[in-house]
Ligand binder design. Structure first.
Ligand code: NAD
Length: 443
């Protein structure tokens, strides 16, 4: 058992790792700081592993971090300065992989946490990648399409020394989409002088994207829910589901749950939630959301708050919005039997303790939402070989890979008598640690 607490400067003093900029939000304190939470989860996991202390320390810190500040000319001729980041957490298992987030709330601590989670996620899924993440402090909805393209191309240029199909491959995350990946891929290709489709994933199919990538995360979430229901002897046709976040992940997860016969009784977005006890008509809801920009006000459904959605009585709660949604404030009020973490870091370590005591089954983020990076990997492989596969093959690979990972996590949890999150991180961290030891410490 490795004791890391004493050696850990971040434990003793969070300050050196909480850099705030005048161009970004100040990182939140304590339970709300995603990097503090990621480190707390890491510390809890390594207590169950017999790792060399130097390896533990290596994995606590990002391998490299780039902070960039750059100007963008707006449509009215004004020049505005933006701040962005790209963090590589680990490169031991291969090139780094991780999304790019556009949000006014992006902080370096958040990007560090998400890069670390990407290392664990890729290792858990046995993908040949390390973890990375990037972000720009910007509200993408406040920019025109042309302004967003200019910002994206400039940010891609600023971080291009870290990018490459063999070094670092971005994908979409909150606030970015396939079009943003197309602009990054095009910018990188222009600098090279030839097309490099494998430099991003989550691209449009027309330029080397994979079939099934857009839906992959939500589909993978539901693959894991299906396995969890099987283990608990629950029949999908008698299962009720509430979904927090009706974006890329949440909306697809809701539809896939419905396809399996589950009843989706509530969903929410950043403006609030809706509830219909006998089940929502998701096709009509998608049209309503497209037209009105929100789920609230959906005819025939009752408007509820986001807090109410999280504590609804239901069998499965899918959290597919953002970090820190289940905290010590509301964990004891959650009434779902299964929590499926479509989002990254939605549950704080304090909340984890409460949920574990209450025997709520959590499908942890690095397993539950790993469908996205898994199909990103399939996209990268297809781009590198310039040979593309049909959708059925993609979905089958996804189901097989995520089911295998699910079974590994359950087996590890049972044999070590640890919660699912600890089990998932144990498998991942052990794999990376083994790779560090086999490769050796350079020079
Ligand atoms: P998205 O921007 O498409 O959707 C996010 C949704 O959450 C939106 O509907 C938004 O209105 C809603 N939301 C925001 N704050 C909320 C709140 N407080 N309460 C309820 N709803 C709220 O983003 P996405 O791509 O679906 O990503 C969602 C989460 O899943 C993020 O944590 C992301 O890191 C994670 N994730 C995404 C992918 C992917 O492939 N897109 C892969 C792995 C993990």
């Amino acid at each position: 058992m490795a004791d890391t607490k004493d050696r850990n400067p971040v434990h003793q003093c969070n300050k050196p790792y909480s850099i705030s900029g005048d161009l970004g939000a100040v990182p939140p304190e304590g339970e709300q700081n995603p990097y503090v939470n990621a480190l707390a989860q890491f510390d809890k996991t390594v207590e169950h592993l017999n790792l060399k202390s130097g390896v533990v320390d290596t994995l606590r810190y990002p391998k490299r971090e780039l902070s960039v500040t750059f100007p963008v000319e707006l449509a009215n001729g004004d020049i505005r300065i933006f701040r962005g980041y790209r963090v590589h957490h680990s490169t031991v298992l291969g090139p780094t992989k991780g999304g790019i987030r556009y949000s006014p709330n992006v902080t370096l601590d958040e990007i560090r946490a998400l890069a670390m989670l990407m290392s664990w996620k890729c290792a858990l899924m046995n993908l040949p990648y390390g973890g990375a993440k990037g972000g720009v402090v910007v509200d993408p909805k406040a920019l025109s399409r042309r302004e967003l393209e200019r910002l994206t191309r400039r940010y891609a240029t600023e971080i291009s020394l870290m990018l490459g199909p063999e070094s670092d491959i971005p994908a979409p995350d909150m606030g970015t989409d396939s079009q943003v990946m197309a602009w990054i891929m095009d910018t990188y290709s222009m600098h090279k002088g030839y097309s490099v489709p494998a430099v991003t994933t989550g691209k449009p199919v027309e330029i080397g994207g994979s079939l099934g990538r857009t839906e992959a995360t939500g589909r993978g979430v539901v693959n894991t829910i299906e396995q969890a229901l099987k283990r608990m002897g629950m029949v999908p046709q008698r299962v009720s589901v509430a979904v927090q976040g009706f974006g890329n992940v949440g909306a697809v997860a809701a539809s896939c749950c419905r396809e399996l016969g589950m009843k989706v009784l509530a969903v929410s977005d950043s403006t609030g939630g809706i509830l219909k006890e006998d089940g929502l008509d998701l096709d009509s809801l998608k049209i309503h959301k497209k037209e009105s920009g929100q789920v609230s006000g959906f005819p025939g459904a009752e408007n509820i708050t986001n807090d109410e959605l999280l504590t609804l009585k239901c069998d499965v709660l899918v959290v597919a919005a953002m970090e820190n949604q289940i905290t010590s404030r509301n964990a004891d009020k959650i009434r779902a039997t299964i929590i499926a973490e479509g989002a990254n870091g939605p549950t704080t370590p304090e909340a984890d303790e409460i949920l574990n005591d209450r025997k709520v089954m959590t499908i942890p983020d690095i397993l539950c939402n790993a469908g996205g990076v898994t199909v990103s990997y399939l996209e990268w492989v297809q781009d590198l070989q310039s040979f593309y596969w049909p959708l059925e093959q993609i979905n089958l690979h996804l189901k097989n890979l995520i089911t295998a990972a699910f079974n590994n996590v359950m087996a590890c949890g049972e044999s070590h008598r640890v919660p699912n999150r600890v089990a998932a991180q144990m498998l991942a961290i052990q794999r990376i640690s083994d790779a560090i030891m086999i490769r050796g410490i350079y020079p």
